[in-house]
Write a protein that binds this ligand. Structure first.
Ligand code: NI
Length: 271
């Protein structure tokens, strides 16, 4: 897949379970305002069959290169972000992985079994990243166990390989100069924003401010029956210039002195 195909597939798969993103995309685009993507976030487990080194392949093949790495201690995540080498307007790709060895023994066993039960050839498929859930119908009991320890692990078990969120590049919006004004506009139009830890995560000093919608909810078929489960959210990012005068392209835990603050509950994981 070339870059366009890959990004289009990810968007198609994402909006299929996140209809709010498509509606907000249309709302923002109605006055011919161009909407560009800041980044696409992808999740995985750090099992060697499906870790970042596996999932980065189609992006590297499409011209992306790794630029930054991040540790999110409290959430037990490691992440890398990728930028396109030629197309500076291409969205950044943010891939995180759950550090299984830092999780409970029980969670490790469950995730290993989930992956062991798959046809192992699927992990070699160059299109793994758009395959969604490659294991059998999930069990609500297992989902609940995973989710109790790690929301991330539970989400991954239900949805698998796909974009977790897309992010509007607010700097490129012509109708809004601040993230606050965009947030107000979205709320006036009936959208609920994630207010946990404040509607705006990050500060101008950190060179990145982000907000997001509350995730959509979808009825998912589990072995035990149907349950309503959160799907994905839509994110909005406003970037500030760094000391070189260029817009900062990293993520919050990036600035070296901030890395260890990621365990600080006041400083949310901003991916
Ligand atoms: Ni993000």
């Amino acid at each position: 897949m070339n870059k366009q195909e890959l990004l289009a597939k990810l968007w198609e798969q994402y909006t299929a379970i996140t209809p709010s993103a498509e509606k907000i995309h249309s709302l923002l685009g109605k006055n011919d305002q161009t909407i560009s993507n800041d980044h696409i976030a992808i999740r995985t487990y750090n099992d060697a069959r499906v870790n970042i080194s596996v999932l980065e392949k189609p992006f590297v093949a499409a011209g992306y290169e790794a630029m930054g790495e991040y540790f999110f201690e409290a959430k037990k995540l490691y992440a890398k972000h990728y930028q396109h080498t030629i197309d500076k307007n291409a969205p950044k790709i943010f891939i995180s992985e759950l550090l299984l060895e830092k999780c409970s023994e029980n969670l490790q066993v469950i995730v290993k079994e989930i992956l062991d039960d798959c046809d192992q050839t699927v992990f070699e498929n160059p299109e793994l990243i758009i395959k969604g859930r490659v294991w059998e119908t999930p069990s609500y009991a297992i989902y609940s166990i995973l989710r109790e320890e790690s929301e991330y692990a539970g989400w991954m078990y239900v949805y698998g390989f796909r974009a977790n969120h897309f992010t509007v590049n607010v700097n490129e919006l012509t109708d809004f100069n601040t993230l606050e004004s965009l947030n107000d506009y979205l709320e006036e139009n009936g959208w609920n924003l994630n207010a946990s830890g404040g509607k705006i995560k990050g500060t101008p000093e950190q060179l990145l401010e982000q907000s997001s919608t509350l995730g959509d909810v979808q009825e998912i078929e589990f072995l035990e029956g149907k349950y309503n489960i959160p799907t994905c959210y839509y994110e909005f990012a406003l970037r500030y210039p760094d000391s070189s005068g260029e817009l900062y392209q990293g993520f919050i835990a990036a600035s070296a002195d901030k890395i260890f603050e990621s365990t600080d509950l006041k400083l949310q994981v901003v991916e």
